[in-house]
Ligand binder design. Sequence first.
Ligand code: NAD
Ligand code: DAU
Length: 332
Amino acid sequence: MGQILVTGGAGFIGSNFVHFVVEHTDHEITVLDKLTYAGNLESLKGLPSNRVRVVQGDIADGPVVEELVQSHDIVVHYAAESHNDNSLRDPRPFLDTNIIGTYTLIEAARKHNKRFHHISTDEVYGDLELDDPERFTESTPYNPSSPYSSTKAGSDLLVRAWVRSFGLQATISNCSNNYGPYQHVEKFIPRQITNILDGVRPKLYGGGLNVRDWIHANDHSSAVLAIVDRGRLGETYLIGADGERNNKDVVELILEHMGQSRDAYDHVVDRPGHDLRYAIDSTKLRTELGWRPEFSNFEVGIKDTIEWYRNNEQWWRPQKAQTEAKYKNQGQ
Ligand code: NAD
Ligand code: DAU
């Protein structure tokens, strides 16, 4: 049994990871989370208090980080400013958290010789053409497009440099777009589901032909656990579940499952610099660590996710009006 420090454990993917670890292992977890607009303690409700404790704090706060890192066996680092649209409005918090926060954590991990796993994104690789037969692999050159993805790329490079120069015992994973419960209503899938529940038509950026490679958050969690358990130190693993779909298809599927006409959506102004397509080749993770996704049926996963938002309005409602107000200001 190990002591895991999970940064960002009150956010979407972090909280799904905490639930997953409690269900599938004996590890004990401390969540370190600043509880920004994206963090929600309700996402950790019902978890056993003898297995999970929460510390509210900033990953860029050296003394807090050092004390926590010192007293745990491993750090699994999810905390980030995570939303591209926010990074286009105000990049500064992305630098503070994604760059300085990551730096603060790896310095503490280096000093106390602790295992570190860095959670990152496929967006560090930029985007692909729609008809490109290649997908992203661990050797694809970095080419980020947005303030968000460039700060994530910067954080990955810091971890790589700490591995090489200081022998940090780290692994990195770059995952594709996640969906599932506890995702903030600013993100594409929950935004459209909760719009429809509110009687508002879904909003597609631009032509809606941009492709994302969807994976259920539980499959992301099982992949991270596999890397933490059996991954080779210093290595990067791409995580993906062969879930490519364009945004228009996803909106149509959601509308259909919610009993609406498939064309009951609006096109709105496009995101500046909008990446066209992401696609992950996860061969390394599958062959080296034997990982497989369990949620291979996207339609079933989307139905479950719709049901979750239907049944958990008290979780998302407090964030909805202010999120939509931000989008309205920019014609989205
Ligand atoms: P999220 O925005 O839902 O959650 C982020 C969490 O980090 C929140 O709980 C927030 O309070 C916390 N946080 C933010 N700044 C902090 C700080 N300075 N100190 C401590 N806590 C802080 O994000 P998410 O979608 O769950 O993403 C989690 C991680 O996974 C990020 O590193 C992101 O880059 C990565 N990722 C996300 C996706 C995706 O599809 N959402 C895909 C691949 C990788
Ligand atoms: O690929 C991994 C990344 O996936 C993560 O690193 C990010 O943290 C995560 O937010 C996500 O980034 P995207 O920008 O791909 O996700 P988002 O949910 O914001 O948008 C998904 C797609 O849907 C994208 O092409 C933009 C589009 N979109 C989004 C919104 C909010 C719309 O068409 N309409 C919308 O209202």
